[in-house]
Design a protein around this ligand. Structure first.
Ligand code: NAG
Ligand code: NAG
Ligand code: NAG
Ligand code: NAG
Ligand code: NAG
Length: 377
């Protein structure tokens, strides 16, 4: 870990010193932001930005397109972040299965999808996720999903990193001259490996659960009927238990250190246990012209995916980048960064690794808050 960080700084130093022969003058000069932008997740640890729908060594599994914004290689196995786009389907997106070593989080970026989860002999639960809804599939949970609407995008966060190897193995390489979210053609039916193939995937930490019959008896988008879903407060689950948080119905914190930020945790270190990660949404109000934003340098990797608005972010020695919906910024441990919004409302999905992740710090320095919006003054 130390070595990786050190070699990252070496890369930066080389980049600065080759930018100009005049060492004294370059010290104050920022590196051009263009070099942060990549067209696929790098094969080594470095800060980078991937714009939404860049093909990122994309693959298709049946009609589903998987784009890999953060990978095991790009994050030193901190986590994997995948975007999945697909047509609506009458079939499951994958046959039911378990991961023994990987904790998988399902975040609905847009559209509608259904998620099923059952842990051991626990309750067999299902939810229909609309944008901003979250499902936490802890290890050893039988789960599957289905895409329900034509313009659906799922953000999958899998810890530890490296899980994309499964999709490289199963999928066909996908490129598109137009970066279309998915191929405009009718759904090909069952996505993913068939019942003969899925039992062969245990080396990828996929354990088929072919006897699992996804329940279809949802009432008000939830089963069992009567569970709190878009109708009241959702708590984060007990460690080791799957759970669901509807957009805006989970716990919230207001941080007023520099402007206003509303932090909505989806998974904390308590749920993550030994995997040591956090996931939150962070809503950020417009930076006042006289405000200074804090600079962070964390012991673990961070990723931001923009959900709404425009995020300004300054990473390490680079010039400020401005990210819009679906873009992802990845920041390795030990690399400094600052972020803010120059417009009224920007919301991001944040994933952090380690004990001092950004959302954890913001929550610690904030106060409990009942709303998704900022105070009026
Ligand atoms: C990828 O999509 C094509 C059609 O666009 C399909 O023929 C092929 O089977 C798909 N690949 C996989 C692995 O499902
Ligand atoms: C998941 O199940 C496997 C096999 O039973 C077990 O070895 C492993 O400890 C379990 N993992 C967790 C986090 O409970
Ligand atoms: C798919 O893409 C990967 C990465 O670029 C490459 O190594 C592999 O050979 C490609 N597979 C095919 C069948 O073209
Ligand atoms: C479903 O939602 C309706 C409208 O909010 C409510 O009246 C009804 O009780 C709900 N059904 C269940 C089983 O919770
Ligand atoms: C910044 O300006 C606002 C009004 O525009 C004022 O209320 C606030 O106190 C100022 N903050 C600082 C740090 O000067």
């Amino acid at each position: 870990m130390m070595l990786k960080t050190a070699s990252f700084y070496a890369v930066i130093t080389v980049a600065i010193s080759t930018a100009s022969a005049d060492q004294g003058a370059v010290r104050d000069r920022k590196l051009p932001v263009e070099s942060l932008y990549v067209d696929q997740a790098p094969n080594h640890l470095r800060p980078y930005i991937l714009e939404h729908y860049v093909d990122t060594r994309a693959v298709n599994v049946s009609s589903q397109i998987y784009r890999f914004a953060v990978t095991g290689l790009s994050s030193d196995n901190a986590f994997t972040l995948i975007s999945t786009n697909a047509p609506r389907s009458d079939a499951l997106g994958v046959l039911p299965h378990i991961h023994q070593r990987h904790y998988e989080s399902f975040f609905n970026y847009k559209g509608r999808l259904q998620l099923w989860a059952r842990k051991d002999n626990g309750e067999h639960e299902s939810r229909i996720l609309t944008p901003g809804d979250y499902g936490s599939v802890v290890r050893n949970t039988t789960h599957t999903f289905q895409i329900l609407d034509p313009d659906t995008e799922l953000t999958g966060i899998i810890v530890p990193g490296g899980f994309e190897e499964l999709f490289y193995n199963l999928g066909d390489n996908f490129t598109s001259g137009t970066h279309t979210p998915y191929v405009p053609a009718p759904d090909l039916g069952l996505a993913g490996p068939d019942s003969d193939t899925i039992p062969q995937l245990e080396s990828f930490d996929v354990y088929a659960q072919l006897e699992f019959e996804p329940r279809r008896d949802l009432v008000n988008d939830t089963a069992p009927a009567g569970s709190v879903w878009h109708s009241g407060f959702n708590v984060l689950g007990k460690p080791g238990e799957p759970y669901f948080i509807a957009n805006g119905y989970g716990p919230k914190t207001l941080n007023s250190e520099s402007g206003y930020q509303v932090i909505q945790p989806l998974a904390t270190r308590e749920q993550a246990q030994d995997l040591d990660f956090t996931i939150s949404t962070i809503s950020i109000n417009k930076k006042r012209s006289n405000a200074t934003v804090p600079e962070y340098s964390l012991t673990g990797a961070s990723a931001f995916q923009i959900l709404e608005g425009l995020l300004s972010i300054e990473i390490g020695q680079y010039e400020t980048a401005v990210l819009s919906g679906g873009d992802v910024a990845f920041i390795p441990s030990g690399v400094s960064f600052k972020y803010w919004s120059n417009i009224a409302f920007t919301k991001v999905l944040y994933v952090g690794k380690g004990q001092d992740s950004l959302d954890k710090q913001l929550i610690m320095k904030g106060e409990p808050w009942d709303f998704v919006t900022f105070p009026i003054n």
